[in-house]
Design a protein around this ligand. Structure first.
Ligand code: ADE
Length: 233
């Protein structure tokens, strides 16, 4: 069983539409859609925004739905000049940037019991990057894709100083609000994961406008990236 998580309707709706033999089960306040995509068994959930929602859904996918791999798909704010709207970042690592135990001599994002940057699964990274190649192969002007660190915190970033800090502190490619907690939950359960993010905004002063304008456009790309990733697992 593969678990698929997105924070928003736009990020999971099209994937749910593709599910055959779909049944829906509610747990806590989340609706889990279980079905088949080709030969693969999937459970898809919209977790809502933020790290706590994402962690709860990840644990439910692992415990109740026996998911053996987790894919998170969604949009993110780009932190590098070379990343524009529509470009794609696949997680090499994830980190919760708002963990702060510096008072105890730890680096930002570092907890006592885990590596600071949590590595995504190499086979799933490969599947996600090959999925990108497949999805964009007929495009005249294909977007850019990179594998890099994805940072997560419970804030929507729209500030140039924070962009600079996230880039310098974590070597981050993009920022979002869920991936770090999905990665953390997967790591402590020893479940492989990957996060695929389509850039919706530049995390700068115009971020909210850019995000609103782009969100509905991202659905098809995300659905294609995730379904092509699943085929390769
Ligand atoms: N998701 C998409 N854009 C984002 C941003 N700028 N900050 C946090 N999460 C995001």
């Amino acid at each position: 069983m593969i678990g698929i998580i997105g924070a928003l309707d736009e990020e999971v709706a099209l994937i749910c539409e593709q599910l055959a033999e779909c049944t829906t089960l509610s747990k806590a306040r989340y609706a889990f859609h279980k079905g088949k995509l080709g030969q693969r068994d999937l459970t898809v959930v919209k977790c809502g925004v933020g790290k706590v929602n994402a962690a709860i859904c990840t644990q439910i996918l692992i415990d109740m739905f026996k998911c053996e791999r987790i894919i998170f798909g969604g949009v993110a704010g780009g932190l590098l000049r070379g990343l524009a709207q529509g470009d794609v970042v696949v997680s090499s690592h994830v980190v919760q940037f708002d963990i702060d135990l510096t008072a105890f001599g730890r680096r930002r994002g570092e907890l006592a019991d885990k590596e600071r940057l949590i590595p995504a699964d190499p086979d799933m990274i490969q599947a996600a990057t090959e999925a990108f190649d497949r999805v964009t192969e007929t495009s005249d002007a294909p977007p850019t894709m990179m594998v890099g660190t994805i940072v997560s915190g419970d804030s929507f970033i729209s500030d140039p100083n924070t962009i600079k800090w996230l880039q310098r502190e974590f070597g981050a490619a993009c920022t979002e609000m869920e991936g770090g907690s999905v990665g953390y939950t997967c790591a402590i359960n020893e479940i492989p994961f990957v996060v695929t993010r389509v850039i919706s905004d530049s995390a700068g002063e115009q971020a909210q406008k850019e995000f609103d304008a782009f969100l509905s456009q991202s659905s098809e790309m995300l659905c294609n990236l995730i379904t092509e990733t699943i085929i390769r697992l």
